[in-house]
Design a protein around this ligand. Sequence first.
Ligand SMILES: Cc1cc2nc3c(=O)[nH]c(=O)nc-3n(C[C@H](O)[C@H](O)[C@H](O)COP(=O)(O)OP(=O)(O)OC[C@H]3O[C@@H](n4cnc5c(N)ncnc54)[C@H](O)[C@@H]3O)c2cc1C
Length: 401
Amino acid sequence: MRAVEAVDVAVIGGGPAGAAVAAHLASRGWLVAVLERTPAWRWRACGVFSSPASVTALHRTGLSETTLARVTRPIPAMRVETVRGTRFRLTYGDHGLLTAPAVGFDRSALDPALLDQAADRGADVRRGVAVRAVRLPSRRGEPAELEVDDGQGGSRLRAAVVIGADGARSLVARAAGVRRRSPLADRIGLTFHVPDPVAGAHDARMVVLDGGYVGLAPVPGGRVNVGIVLDGRWRDRLRKEGGRATATAILARVAPELADSGPCDHLAGAMPLAHGVARRAGPGWLLVGDAAGFLDPFTGEGLHRALVSAELAAIAIDGLLHGHRRDLEGYSRAMRRRFRGKDVVSLLVQLFLSRPALFEHAAIRLATRPDVRETMGLVMGDLAPASHALDPRFLAALLRP
Ligand SMILES: Cc1cc2nc3c(=O)[nH]c(=O)nc-3n(C[C@H](O)[C@H](O)[C@H](O)COP(=O)(O)OP(=O)(O)OC[C@H]3O[C@@H](n4cnc5c(N)ncnc54)[C@H](O)[C@@H]3O)c2cc1C
């Protein structure tokens, strides 16, 4: 073990949330170390589809137009399809003129670009460095201490603030004792890419199944990302046939034109998908991105939340380190204000999804009522306040026969 090194901020995890918060803090002049356990980017179960809100947040993080064009593929709309064949198109406010479209991300390009951006802003980005243990401060003003496996005998790092940007199984959330089960039942997520037979921009699809759904999003490199989410009703089949055979059969059913050429990469799985936290910050620590809780890819906009949480965290930490604020509670409040309404909408959508007749009822109305559909798209895409979808007048317009 070498001597203890000290930094202002240690960020555990170099995914989108960790890289973005590091870029924001390093550009404010703080000494930031990002510790990412994978030596190089590798495909894992994660999201690629996002409304224009994420692109705007990436602009604020400092990614250039050229980089953004390289890591995204425009998606005019999301076509939602129910088990009984009802279809509607969510345009996320894009009518071809006024706003940017939704996008599919190439995560193999986006994630490294964000880490490079953090390094360009002055953050010390260390890849292939895993944090093994975290000792969080028990009182305000004490530093946090990290045990780090850097492949050279290990080291220790002391930080005025430690940020858990380490995803769904966050070490920081566990050390703080704030991990909670989600109110949603356990589901499994399976993701992989297949070649896209169609060139240029085209709609994404969200196909609802009995006990799950499939998202198909075009991404750069002439590929379509396939994301399948399945609930407990699929457990026996998954056990018997395995994830790959089940995913291939589902794809052949919902998009036979994509099933023939086989996957471009390995099938990556995640389970459970949803999880929560009791608190997002405490003395000298806070959680960003998935580490701060995740509900569901159907409505989750996890990438957008990761980027916004990074911005709010950077403001709170900057204030704390400058001595303008006593604690990081402002971050928790800001996150609650920003996402509480959207969480309620997401839980309502999940309730509808778990009752096919109810989902069908809403889908038929969304298909035939353009104003209601437009509001839904804007709220789902984090482009309008969630309160619009919780307004009794909206709910009446959605549900009335
Ligand atoms: C199946 C599925 C589909 C999804 N679909 C969508 C979608 O369509 N749209 C959308 O917006 N979102 C979607 N999401 C969510 C989206 O992928 C996440 O919200 C987003 O990746 C969160 O980024 P993050 O930086 O918080 O976490 P991650 O991307 O998980 O990054 C965490 C990083 O921390 C590192 N790490 C973990 N532990 C340690 C440690 N001890 N030491 C060092 N490093 C560590 C990991 O290696 C990883 O790089 C989906 C998620 C799943 C699972």
